[in-house]
Design a protein around this ligand. Structure first.
Ligand code: BES
Ligand code: ZN
Ligand code: ZN
Length: 478
């Protein structure tokens, strides 16, 4: 992982990134008069990233790119950081120092964040790892405004996001439900939050019929991980409960995924669970004064063994019955049990994160998170604000009662699929039946896993949700 350091001085040997505006005088920062003239010319031509290749080091100038709204400018800084990360790695730089010539803390932190997030690689299975590994190991930040503790906080967020990416990128033959729970245990030990893993016997005793049914087709047992961060100085009495879908692989079960290649990326189906575990990790490491519980039901979804079959009627943790008509709509079944279990905490707010529907991904793609739920407007607004800040934007979908009608069946309390329309919403409506407290559902099927690098997000797992939740929980006031 990339090391972030706050530095009081700028080494004359280190690669340097000078962050300024079009009006900044860069001449005193290691540029020769010719180089300075070149920079000036590029600035006049409205270039934002200017690359000066000196004999023994790189100097990159970044001219802040002011957008209409603050959060867009910040995102432009992250994107620029990501491009400069590429420049530094191409130059085989091992370290680089960001020099703040603007005094704009948010922009400098965003630039650093973009650079560090872009430096992520998932290459540990490669034998030529040394050859392909990025050279950049350390990013130093030199700024009067940005404090050492800001950099420490950013390091936690970057590490947690990269951990979530790692978990998503690990395939199921290396990360089954038990392995995932073990990873959470390790993270709990390292960061100082409590982790309890329920095994199959305990899950059976709790009558989690959704999770147990999805697991029937698998050889590996399910797990249900309960994580708790309850600091003495917590501002809230009732906890925020985070619930993450932990389907470590989704074949679709007996309703085997029908489309060509649609299974290729299904190791990503625990991205919600990864986001929840890694958020717990971040808030505990940062010692945030909030009481938070994380729940991750986990299993693979396969057609083997005694797999559940379309037509089965399941009895869920809360006693409700579900006619299972599509084994590929498994996420809602395991989440339903977790949401029902969450009731015992009397949550201030519960948020679930799940790669739940292709419909959500089809509707808005990788560009945002499909959100819906019963939380009040104030809470929704805060979540949306966090979404903008970290650029994991929320799109709220309608959540009208009529959509629940699509889940009706004559022979059970509900079925696990809706009709041909509004698939993301009917999935949400299904979950709603298992909640009895303020709740939000985030469908991250679009942004959780991408098939090509995109700005500071690498191909594969993106770690979406971690930065969003940490930002939201950091801003809890009551
Ligand atoms: N894990 C999938 C959803 C998904 C699709 C995630 C694409 C990431 C990318 C989920 O379990 C699923 O299969 N949903 C079905 C539901 C349908 C059968 C009602 C879907 O969206 O097709
Ligand atoms: Zn599925
Ligand atoms: Zn799934």
């Amino acid at each position: 992982m990339t090391a972030l350091k706050h530095t009081e001085s700028v080494s004359a040997k280190d690669n340097v990134i000078l962050v300024g505006t079009a009006k900044t005088d860069f001449s005193k920062h290691g540029l020769s008069p010719e180089e300075n003239a070149y920079v000036k010319k590029q600035v006049a031509a409205e270039e934002h990233i200017i690359n000066v290749n000196q004999y023994n080091r790189r100097i990159v100038v970044y001219i802040e790119d002011k957008k209409k709204e603050g959060f867009q400018t910040i995102e432009a800084c992250r994107k620029a950081g990501s491009r400069v990360c590429g420049i530094m790695n191409t130059a085989k730089a091992e370290s680089a120092t960001i020099v703040d010539l603007t005094g704009n803390t948010e922009n400098i932190l965003a630039f650093t964040e973009g650079m560090a997030l872009a430096n992520y690689q998932f290459i540990h299975y490669r034998q030529d790892i040394k050859k392909v590994a990025n050279s950049l190991k350390t990013i130093n930040v030199h700024s009067k405004k940005v404090k050492a503790k800001d950099i420490e906080h950013l390091q936690i967020i970057v590490d947690a996001t990269c951990k979530a990416r790692d978990l998503v990128n690990e395939p199921v033959n290396h990360l089954n439900a038990t392995d995932l729970a073990k990873e959470f245990e390790k993270m709990g030990k390292e960061a100082g939050f409590k982790v309890e893993v329920f095994n199959k016997a305990k899950i059976t005793a709790l009558k989690m019929g959704g999770l147990l049914s999805v697991n029937l087709g698998s050889i590996d047992p399910p797990t249900f991980t309960v994580m708790e961060w309850k600091p003495k100085h917590a501002k809230n009495k009732k906890p925020y409960v985070l619930v993450g879908k932990g389907v470590v692989y989704d074949t679709g079960g007996l309703s085997l995924k029908p489309t060509a290649n649609s299974m290729d990326e299904m190791k990503c189906d625990m991205a919600g669970g990864a986001a929840v575990g890694c958020t717990m990790y971040a808030i505990a490491k940062a010692n945030l004064p909030v009481y938070v519980v994380g729940l991750v039901p986990a299993t693979d979804n396969r057609p083997g063994m005694n797999a559940y079959v379309p037509g089965d009627i399941l009895t869920m943790h809360n006693g409700m019955t579900v006619e299972m008509l599509n084994a590929d709509a498994e996420g809602r079944l395991i989440l339903a049990d977790a949401l029902s279990y969450a009731k015992k905490y009397d949550p201030e707010l519960a948020i679930d994160l799940a790669t739940l529907t292709g419909a959500a991904a089809a509707a808005i793609g990788k560009y945002g998170i499909v959100a819906m739920g019963t939380a009040d407007k104030k809470v929704k607004d805060k979540l949306k604000k966090s979404g903008k800040e970290v650029f994991e934007r929320l799109v709220e979908f309608p959540f009208w009662d009529e959509y629940a009608d699509l889940l009706k069946t004559e022979i059970a309390d509900m079925k696990n699929i809706g009709g041909p329309v509004a698939g993301a919403i009917t999935a949400g409506k299904f979950l709603e039946k298992f909640t009895s407290y303020p709740w939000m559902h985030f469908d991250i099927a679009g942004p959780a896993f991408i098939n090509a690098p995109y700005d500071y997000k690498p191909k594969g797992g993106t770690g979406v949700g971690v930065r969003l939740l940490v930002d939201f929980l950091t801003n809890i006031k009551n």
